[in-house]
Unconditional design. Structure first.
Length: 636
């Protein structure tokens, strides 16, 4: 199947468009590798209900109620209220719950209570959560000055205040020393009879039945692994799942970093803490992938020069790693997405998150090439650049270089940015609390921006000339200043960590450049970004990178708070209205997500698997209903 035959773009609804990704090179895999991927993919799909439950107490009950209503409705399926209910259900599927996957606000139903209750019996508390905007209104609240736990709907805490949670885990870390595990990562913190208690997420605790299914498929995958190191990784992961012991999770993370041979790899577990308002507890996610052998040559060049990049960074010498260890990176093809990575997913990942493991053992990064390719293919000719880029010369620059520089910036961000720098002795990795995620993403983005403009990349054969990097600077700053506002509802602040990071960088550079580097200008009533001095802009990137690294290395919470609140949160109302109006005229969906391919084992007369068939034709509703039917075993 070639590009002309493959349909990347799929269904559109609300502010979302579904895309499909292709498993390039699948036929080049051995049967054993395909079977290995299939088992890992099953383990990936089984965690879906955990993510739903983590993102809100009522999410699973609401999803199941709506699915039954959707299936059982006997009336006019073209009626306004049915279509509104169907759209609401599709949004719930997409966001793993009733809250916007990016903005975190609760969806407003476009259908009435009466319409739903005429189809199916619904508990009053479920109806109240769905239809009363004042009940559990936000999945994650990051409003400065509020109790972030009490005002967030995620289920990581039960009856516990922000102050109580922070003090509880600070005491644990103080007693554990420099190589403390990521306390709180895999548990619900609750209060019983006035005492704080952790309910671990394990095969012996909360989510037990689902975790048993994940472990079952990991055990099936283990004998199919490509080498002994991969088998060790799976064994440690299943031991951790069975017990919930975070020391075992650290052992698994170290082994995973060191398992670099073989073509297939995966992430499965409680990993990222973006959905915890205070940045401690992890949502469940899964992804299975295999190396793109040709594209990986690019990331391997970057990793081989990791020490050079660290030594030449513009940050204070105290914050640089004297010896960069264990940096590995690959460009990969995603084969299956799950949990918090599905349907909306990252295009680059760097793990593990524990700073002491990074410093002592290194990290692994992936750039997910087939997903970025799908984004690029689906966006061709959509008119976005013609509407928002200042002139044809800049459009030509972006058309020529953007695909290359976007991938390269992601490589630098994931391969080196997250793994660069070091904390000063005694500084905790979560010292920046609720601002930590934004600062960390800004640090990695700035590292990538600084080096994408360096002549070193031309010497390494990663960029063709000294003009290419300007395409990345323009699109990045335009996004941070203007076009990412298409994802924000009128009157709202910026809340998502990656969006805050981009806003911080763009607005800080605008202010500190004093109009010399870049500015917003108006032509025929439309606002455009104008970059006057790319060299000066790179100097500003260097200055900000140095300060962001200082904040991170010193654990300067107050500086982080001031930086984020000043540059990253607030939205210019007039500009926002203009950008939304211009974007609306393009008739584009601001958010994209992915449908997974369907994997089906083909068997011979003896029941032995002879191949794994890949099918891309499953519709959005078919896939979501199948997952709800086949990968759900308990009510949490």
């Amino acid at each position: 199947m070639n590009d002309n035959d493959f349909n990347y773009s799929g269904e559109r609804f609300a502010d979302l468009q579904m895309l499909r990704y292709r498993l390039d090179g699948w036929d080049s895999l051995t049967l054993r590798q395909k079977k290995y991927i299939y088992c890992l993919a099953e383990a990936t799909l089984w965690g879906r209900d955990i993510t739903f439950d983590q993102f809100g107490k009522y999410n699973l009950r609401i999803r199941r109620t709506l699915e039954q209503a959707w299936l059982g409705y006997k009336g006019d399926r073209q009626s306004e209220e049915f279509i509104a209910m169907e759209t609401y259900l599709k949004r719930v599927w997409f966001s793993n719950g009733i809250y916007h996957h990016y903005g975190c606000d609760k969806f407003v139903p476009g259908f009435s209570r009466a319409f739903l209750t005429n189809i199916i019996e619904v508990d009053d508390d479920v109806l109240e959560v769905m239809f009363n905007p004042d009940i559990l209104p936000k999945r994650v609240n990051k409003q400065d000055g509020e109790d972030l736990i009490a005002t967030s709907a995620v289920t990581f805490y039960d009856g516990v205040s922000q102050t109580e949670a922070e003090q509880y885990y600070q005491q644990m870390k103080h007693e554990a020393g420099d190589e403390a595990p990521s306390f709180g990562l895999n548990s619900t913190l609750t209060k019983r009879d006035g005492e704080l208690i952790e309910e671990r997420w394990s095969a012996q605790g909360k989510y037990a039945k689902t975790i048993e299914k994940i472990v079952y498929w990991l055990d099936k995958a283990k004998p199919l692994a490509e080498n002994d190191n991969q088998k060790t990784v799976i064994g440690l992961l299943t031991d951790y799942y069975k017990t919930g012991d975070l020391r075992l999770f650290d052992d698994y993370s170290v082994a995973w970093v060191k398992a670099t041979e073989g073509r297939v790899d995966f992430i499965n577990g409680f990993i990222e803490v973006y959905n915890d308002p205070i940045g401690l507890k992890a949502s469940w996610e899964g992804i299975v992938h295999y190396k793109d052998l040709v594209a990986t040559e690019r990331t391997q060049k970057i990793c081989a020069a990791a020490q050079w990049f660290e030594d030449h960074s513009p940050v204070d010498a105290r914050f640089k790693k004297p010896v960069v260890k264990g940096v590995t990176a690959n460009v990969v093809c995603a084969a299956m997405l799950g949990g918090d990575e599905y349907p909306s997913t990252a295009i680059g990942i760097n793990l593990p998150n524990a700073d002491w493991i990074r410093a002592k053992h290194g990290s692994k990064s992936i750039t997910i090439g087939n997903l970025t390719d799908a984004y690029n293919k689906a966006a061709r000719g959509n008119g976005f650049r013609q509407e928002f880029v200042i002139d044809q010369q800049t459009i030509d620059l972006i058309d020529k270089y953007a695909d290359l520089t976007d991938d390269l910036h992601t490589d630098l961000h994931e391969c080196l940015g997250h793994g660069s720098g070091q904390l000063l002795p005694g500084v905790s990795g979560d010292a920046l609390k609720n601002y930590g995620n934004t600062i960390e993403e800004a640090r990695a983005d700035l590292f990538g921006l600084y080096y994408i403009a360096d002549e070193k990349l031309i010497e390494m054969g990663l960029l063709p000339d000294g003009e290419a990097w300007k395409a990345q600077y323009y699109t990045y700053m335009m996004n941070g200043m203007m076009t990412q506002l298409t994802r924000i509802e009128p009157g709202r602040d910026i809340e998502e960590a990656h969006m805050r990071n981009r806003s911080l960088i763009a607005h800080w550079c605008m202010e500190h450049g004093n109009g010399e580097a870049m500015q917003l200008t108006t032509r025929e009533g439309k606002t455009f970004l104008k970059i006057d001095d790319y060299g000066r802009l790179r100097q500003l990137v260097a200055e900000l990178l140095a300060e962001i690294q200082r904040i991170k290395s010193e654990g300067d919470y107050e500086a982080a708070r001031q930086m984020v609140e000043r540059y990253a949160v607030k939205v210019d109302k007039r500009l926002h209205e203009e950008i939304l109006d211009r974007y609306k005229r393009l008739n584009l969906a601001p958010y994209k997500g992915f449908l997974n391919p369907r994997m089906t084992p083909l068997r011979d007369a003896n029941g032995e698997i002879t191949d794994i068939e890949i099918d891309y034709d499953e519709s959005y509703a078919e896939q979501m209903m199948r997952y709800s039917r086949d990968y759900s075993v308990e009510t949490f």
